[in-house]
Design a protein. Structure first.
Length: 308
């Protein structure tokens, strides 16, 4: 595992080459076929109402915690590898952030999601490999990489994970995050505590099946993320050079004792900095810093249009 001293032993050119390699991988992931830049719309469902969505066949209706998708005759919409020929009823009983199901039609993917909101909970967002945002993507603006922002760190896991509620980019939503530990970083000779949250995934249809009843239940979007966490933070650049909702750092905790540094040059934008069609969480209060972290990604230009 790379250590703080390993990074400090690199020349500036060697470190920049390493940073460029990581930046290229980051941009490739962001701009992947169904990555965050492929989002082209988000449509919210209303209880006891039925809607159609521009550009995707069929109808969507919500009845409490149940959503029914009714395919349009003659349109081959695929779910779990099979063409739907009759309505699909989906029940999600938990109050959580859930990526529920994917529906594919002629290369476009409609993803049903559930979020925590006072007036809206279910939404359908479309992912299109030919989205305007993806076509016009020209890279992410960023600060010049600087080894000064690779700082000593130590990780202290929580003996018991804790629930943390954060606000969201959409004011009527909230997020229930899970705090898994604290990261202590040293910046200019002063130690700061950062709350570390359990990692998310962007996959759909994680379920568990009751062995006795055979009933399936959808799981939240933190499955298969045991060894991964992330940090949401705001600093004196937020809302100025960098995105106002904060930025994120993703961490590998496969070897918690081996964590010796934090590289602020890897601080990245949240998906909602690139598109209006996301529901990103904001940083918890503990992770708001009064100094400027002049490292990592800057605010990009959003080039899609907001949903009505």
């Amino acid at each position: 595992m790379t250590t703080y001293q390993d990074i400090q032993n690199l020349s500036d050119d060697e470190y920049t080459a390493l940073w460029n390699k990581l930046r290229e991988a980051r941009e490739a992931q962001l701009n992947s076929e169904y990555g965050w830049l492929s989002l082209r719309s988000i449509d919210w469902l209303s209880d006891n109402a039925t809607i159609t969505i521009d550009g995707f066949p069929g109808q969507w209706s919500q009845q409490g915690n149940t959503v029914i998708y009714t395919p349009e005759p003659g349109k081959d919409v695929v779910n779990h590898g099979e063409v739907l020929t009759e309505p699909k009823e989906i029940t999600v009983d938990i109050t959580a952030d859930v990526n529920v199901e994917d529906f594919d039609y002629e290369g476009v993917r409609a993803q049903l999601i559930k979020r925590i909101g006072s007036s809206r909970t279910f939404a359908v967002r479309q992912r299109d490999p030919n989205s305007i945002t993806r076509q016009r993507f020209a890279g992410i603006p960023h600060f010049k990489p600087d080894k000064r922002w690779v700082v000593p760190a130590r990780y202290v896991p929580l003996p018991q994970w804790e629930n943390v509620e954060t606000s969201a980019v959409l004011g009527d939503l909230s997020h229930n995050e899970t705090a898994i530990g604290d990261l202590y970083v040293e910046v200019d000779g002063k130690e700061h505590r950062i709350v570390v949250l359990q990692g998310h995934n962007d996959d759909s249809a994680w379920i568990k099946v009751d062995e006795k009843t055979g009933k399936k239940a959808y799981l939240d979007n933190r499955q298969n993320t045991k060894d991964y966490g992330f940090i949401l933070l705001r600093d004196a650049t937020s809302g100025k050079e960098t995105y106002g909702g904060g930025r994120a750092l993703h961490l590998d905790f496969t070897d918690p004792d081996g964590i010796t540094y934090l590289d602020f040059n890897q601080t990245g934008n949240l998906p909602c900095a690139f598109t209006y069609f996301c529901t990103c969480p904001f940083a918890p209060e503990e992770n708001n810093f009064d100094f400027a972290i002049t490292a990592g990604e800057k605010t990009p230009t959003i080039i899609d249009t907001p949903a009505e």
